[in-house]
Design a protein around this ligand. Structure first.
Ligand code: TXA
Ligand code: MG
Length: 339
């Protein structure tokens, strides 16, 4: 199959919408990462997503809508806490869990009683949902286990020949996936995956915010997880990545101790000065938005360094940096050394 790169103009949108209506999958830009979209109401269309990505069958998908009016048919009820969250953060990088309605096939939710829903802010994603007239199931448009795609080129690098088309919407604004939230009672939310909507922003709404342990530590295969995606291998470059926790001087000493081995460095902007090993940078140390925007591209670039092991600088754990931390920790398969 030849994969078409469609421009996001009227003709490109019409072609992508036609493919979706036929039950095909299409790469779609969003403000977080590129998604691999298909008709969320069709079991056969959704199965094509799992096939193209090589996605484990037990990992459920997010359903994307382009208006609050698209939500009620997908869920049994809209709890007041979700209505407040939707008003504050939709359209935007936030996914909410609802009790699913009969309309949502089990293939979308991997048999779970809940469905994850997001109203993306990207105008091309909204236009595609409207033009197709369908709610669109869409996981990140990468091969399962690889870094998520933040450009149409990343989608092609993974899925060229496996999907009919990608709509090109340029670089994704946030660069990390949406915040996945489980509402609890009347005034609590539980963060299953940190993202563009931060814990601090949620707390500012007056909500009690808890962060799932799986965000910060490894959940073993035999342990239960509230979000199946937390247990799967994620974001991994082929090159081994090890994170170094501690000050920059300690990081430089670590590299020095390994200078006779095949090593590289993943650093913050400016820290490459004077490095004698190949490096990739991912934003300034105090700029989590830039780190989020560049992380997945940087992880993909590690495989071009031609080294066996890359030592990486650790992001902070507050605000948007928590999302960066959560992704890079998984990319490093939870390998952290103190320096
Ligand atoms: O920003 C995003 O969320 C992007 C764009 C394309 O919208 N999508 C995305 O999808 O990141 P995906 O499939 O790569 O990640 C979805 C996450 C997975 O960790 C999955 O396990 C979790 O959401 N999830 C989906 N439905 C769920 C459910 N019913 N209960 C718990 N977790 C769920
Ligand atoms: Mg993903």
């Amino acid at each position: 199959m030849e994969t078409k790169l469609l421009t996001s103009d009227t003709a490109g949108l019409a072609a992508a919408a036609a493919l979706l209506k036929e039950g095909q999958v299409v790469g779609m830009p969003t403000e977080t990462v590129y998604g691999l979209a298909a008709n969320a109401l069709s079991t056969a269309a959704v199965a094509r997503i799992f096939e193209a990505k090589g996605r484990p069958q037990d990992n459920p998908l997010i359903v994307h809508i382009a208006s609050l009016e698209d939500l009620p048919p997908l869920c049994r009820e809209i709890p007041p806490v979700c209505a407040r969250l939707a008003e504050a953060f939709w359209p935007g990088p936030m996914t909410l869990l609802f009790e699913k309605s009969e309309l949502v096939p089990d293939g979308v939710t991997a048999g779970l009683p809940t469905v994850a829903v997001r109203f993306p802010a990207h105008p091309v994603a909204q236009a595609l949902i409207r033009e197709s007239g369908l709610p669109l199931a869409a996981p990140s448009a990468n091969t399962s286990g690889k870094p998520s795609p933040t450009t149409a080129g990343h989608v092609l690098a993974d899925l060229n020949g496996k999907i009919p088309a990608v709509l090109d919407g340029g670089d994704c604004l946030f660069g990390v996936e949406s915040t996945v939230l489980m509402p609890m009672g009347t005034d609590r939310v539980h963060i299953l995956r940190p993202g563009g909507v931060t814990a601090e922003q949620l707390a500012a709404l007056g909500l009690t915010v808890t962060v799932d342990p799986g965000v910060l530590i490894e959940i073993k295969p035999e342990e239960p997880a509230l979000s199946p995606g937390m247990k799967h291998k994620h974001y991994a470059p082929k090159t081994r990545l090890i994170l170094a926790e501690g000050p920059l001087e300690g990081f430089y000493r670590l590299l020095d101790a390994h200078k006779n081995e095949s090593v590289g460095a993943l650093v913050f902007d400016g820290e490459e000065q004077g490095l004698s090993v190949p490096w990739v940078s991912y934003g300034a140390e105090n700029d989590p938005a830039a780190q989020a925007h560049r992380l997945f591209d940087a992880l993909r670039a590690l495989d071009g360094l031609g080294v066996d092991t890359v030592y990486g600088r650790m992001p902070k754990k507050e605000g948007l940096a928590l999302a960066v931390y959560n992704r890079i920790l998984r990319a490093a398969a939870f390998q952290v050394v103190q320096v």
